[in-house]
Ligand binder design. Structure first.
Ligand SMILES: [Zn+2]
Length: 390
């Protein structure tokens, strides 16, 4: 039987040490044995260029194994997961169809089993990665996600604990399209790439990736973007120039940044009045309406757009509650209590009252900015026209 052969780029992009110093014979032997069942191997440390993805490839019998090696210096959760998505992208680019991707833990000098780490390991497994030695270092088995909703729920659960730390979100739009909203700068781009490839592996639904840009115009790295596009995932780049065009031309404002900001503030799509969680019928409802913002002559266009896409200027509402709110049949007072228009038919009144499960918005929604938007909206309405739902 031919001897398995490792090829490893020897240089780091930014460090002085070499991979041949870290990946000792014992480590390579262990990897080789676990993948091929053989102890003998040969290795080439390639000194041209640098290693992307902390990657070693192992060729044997016409097969190729991509092995991404973990960090062992645990500085931050972001740095730990920076390399693997690049290895996964390279794996997708590999033309040999007899391929598999693996992850190998080096002995860490810190904690690598927090809730966030486990979430990321699960995404890695969902994307098809085989872990070679998780039991030695994690002490538990990692299970892949079974469904996209499983990912969404777990994502939201993690987010609850580490609010503001998430950089990417998954949701489903009114046409059943899976939408991934991901930031593209710094470490975020790795998480976004991994999330996309993991979801692709378990879903046959059409997918869209929204690249959410902030100040700088940054897209995902070209090779990651190309791999995502080659899988048939639509990539939409959201930047303020496009958002502004949409804002100027359309009062209903289908703004990816607005949706992103609402996901960031409110979490997953869920009507805050009836608790409906069917994402296809949940929408971002403006508190200070887009049409009113546009009419405000005191603001320049940049400020108008800022108000239109502010996560504090909105709620998740189902189709019914969105419409009832838009026509001002429902009213939210400054303390977050819900009222309905008094002069409606009795049968309508019964319906409205019966289908509101939450008569008071939760405190975390009622930020000072949210209340200031509510005041702008309510300044055109008479609170005395409404009856409080108790
Ligand atoms: Zn509702």
């Amino acid at each position: 039987m031919p001897i398995p052969h490792f090829t490893i780029k020897n240089h780091f992009q930014k460090r002085h040490e070499l991979y041949e110093e870290i990946l000792t014979k014992e480590i390579l032997k262990d990897i080789c044995k676990k993948i091929t069942g053989q102890n003998k191997f040969t290795v080439t440390f390639d000194n041209i260029g640098y290693n992307i993805g902390r990657l070693a490839t192992l060729e044997f019998n016409g097969n190729i194994a991509y092995v991404s090696i973990s960090e062992f210096e645990i500085k931050s959760r972001n740095s730990f997961f920076q390399s693997f998505p690049s290895a996964l992208v390279k794996f997708h680019e590999e033309t040999n169809s007899n391929k598999a991707i693996f992850f190998y833990f080096l002995k860490p000098n810190g904690k690598i089993n927090t809730a966030y780490f486990i979430f990321m390991y699960r995404l890695m497994k969902t994307a098809g990665t085989i872990f070679l030695n998780e039991h030695d270092h994690l002490g538990i088995s990692i299970n892949p996600f079974n469904s996209v909703s499983d990912i969404i729920v777990q994502r939201d659960f993690n987010r609850g604990k580490n609010k503001g730390n998430a950089s990417s979100y998954v949701t489903i739009d009114e046409n059943g399209i899976l939408q991934i909203f991901g930031k593209t700068y710094g470490a975020n781009k790795y998480e976004t790439t991994l999330l996309c490839l993991a979801i692709y592996a378990i879903s046959s639904q059409p997918m869209e990736l929204y690249e959410i840009q902030e100040k700088e115009l940054i897209k995902l790295p070209k090779d990651a973007r190309n791999v995502i596009l080659s899988l048939g995932i639509k990539v939409i780049t959201s930047n303020l120039i496009l958002e502004r065009e949409e804002f100027e031309n359309n009062d209903s404002l289908r703004s990816p940044t607005y949706i992103y900001n609402l996901l960031e503030k409110l979490g997953d799509k869920k009507c805050c009045l009836c608790s409906c969680e069917i994402p296809q019928i949940i929408q971002g409802a403006h508190i200070w309406p887009v049409a009113s913002i546009k009419r405000n002559s005191a603001l320049n266009n940049d400020l108008k757009l800022k108000h239109a896409i502010n996560g504090d200027n909105g709620l998740w509402l189902c189709n019914n509650h969105h419409k009832l709110f838009d026509i001002n049949l429902l009213y939210i007072s400054k303390d977050g209590k819900i009222s309905y228009k008094t002069d409606i038919e009795q049968s309508h009144e019964d319906f409205v009252i019966n289908f509101i499960a939450n008569k008071q918005l939760p405190k975390e929604i009622l930020t000072p900015e949210f209340i200031s938007y509510l005041e702008k909206r309510n300044s055109l309405l008479e609170s005395t026209d409404y009856t409080l739902i108790i």
